[in-house]
Design a protein. Structure first.
Length: 134
């Protein structure tokens, strides 16, 4: 599998995560009859926050992942898979944990994995950028 194809897998998975979370917000609006705002409904607020949080973190992670895949010399496959798996698993765990409510394992582990993905991607991009200057 080529590097851009690896990135495409994680981009596709994370776009589907955003789609599912978006659907859950729409379904919550219908179920709770909330046209605008959050209706002070705790379940709906959690669904909104899960979608908003994913929309905050996923795009930057995916942009970084694609840039890593496009670099020459190429980023190692372990870096692409490691950061892609970490981002995807982190977002799923965080979203499930946020739907459950209080601070829990899913939210904490999801945050840690998302930050690990950011660290891998950011570090890889900085290394690639500075190594070409030397």
């Amino acid at each position: 599998m080529m590097r851009l194809e690896v990135a495409a897998v994680y981009v596709g998975l994370n776009i589907l995560i955003l789609l599912v979370l978006s659907y859950l917000v729409m379904a919550g609006r219908r179920r709770h009859k909330i046209a605008l705002g959050d209706g002070d409904n705790p379940n709906f607020i959690r669904a909104q926050r899960a979608h908003a949080n994913a929309a905050e973190y996923i795009p930057a992670g995916l942009i970084g992942l694609v840039v890593l895949a496009l670099l020459e010399p190429a980023a190692p496959l372990w870096l692409l898979h490691g950061s892609g798996i970490s981002l995807t698993a982190g977002r799923i765990l965080h979203d499930v944990g946020l739907h459950q409510g209080t601070l829990n394992f899913g939210r904490m582990a999801g945050t840690a994995l998302t930050w690990l993905a950011y660290l891998l991607i950011g570090g890889g991009l900085l290394y690639a950028g500075f190594s070409q200057q030397l």
